[in-house]
Design a protein around this ligand. Sequence first.
Ligand SMILES: Nc1nc2c(ncn2[C@@H]2O[C@H](COP(=O)(O)OP(=O)(O)OP(=O)(O)O)[C@@H](O)[C@H]2O)c(=O)[nH]1
Ligand SMILES: [Mg+2]
Length: 302
Amino acid sequence: MEKKNGFRSGFVVILGRPNVGKSTLMNALVGEKVAIVSPRAQTTRSRIMGVMTKEEAQIVFLDTPGIHAPRNKLGQYMMGAVEGALEGIDAAILMLDATDVRAADIELLRKYAGLPVKKAIVVNKIDQVDAGVLAPLLQRLGQEQADAYLPVSALRKKGLEELTRTLVSWMPLGPKYFPDDMVTDQPERVIVAEMIREKALRNLREEIPHGIGVEVLAMEHQGDEKRAVTIHANIFCEKDSHKGILIGKGGEMLRRIGEQARGDIERMLGQKANLQLWVKVRPDWRNRAEDLRTLGYEAPKS
Ligand SMILES: Nc1nc2c(ncn2[C@@H]2O[C@H](COP(=O)(O)OP(=O)(O)OP(=O)(O)O)[C@@H](O)[C@H]2O)c(=O)[nH]1
Ligand SMILES: [Mg+2]
């Protein structure tokens, strides 16, 4: 047993290229789904907070958008969200995908080696590689500067105890910043929009997912939790042809997205929900300040 010498708490940022599994890891550590996950790159668009509370410690994780060279204003906002998440952190997780290590990953490790906090290089998706691949990879990464090197599978929840132990040991003595039952700071309406976006990403292909945005217009509660909440939301896409695919033959695709999202939303709210989804074409919204603001992609004023 480690000697108990007070409550520890702090902030840990999760950094890495798109699709390496950052959001999956944060959800697994927090024990609840607070960030959406999909096989599409650039799923996460904002900094998302997830709180892990234990008897002896509280860690506030900051999940971030996958690091890439931005090609539009949305991308610039996303990379701003990464930079913003570095402020006030106590430790950083630098994450790689064991099945897909690129030169860009090594560049990232070197870029963030200078962060003045403890750093863990976390190699994810080890469920997909065998020891013959993993051992040399870990050896190679051992040459990069960090305070811990940890193989995990966020999906299969492997290696997470050791990661948690390591992070807790790095946290300073401190207060419980958030109540035990608080897992994220995102408003309900934002989580609902994200759940709808996740189902759109999972059901759509090629370039369409990148041009999807969801705005929840209203959540009409009937004043009684036994009655369904009616949710009105706009799904933005960039072209008429995308709108056609998003709606599908006889509305089949939109219905499927709505059904899948409804399941998640009802579980989160603990209440029945009706979804009213509308598809809107907004050409080039990812470069339009007003549309970005509507969808919540706006840098906070400092
Ligand atoms: N096999 C396997 N797949 C994983 C693991 N962790 C995540 N994935 C999958 O990898 C894909 C990307 O996961 P995300 O958690 O969305 O990745 P991300 O790094 O947050 O991606 P961005 O938000 O786009 O930067 C999803 O299909 C996950 O199910 C893992 O440990 N093993
Ligand atoms: Mg993500």
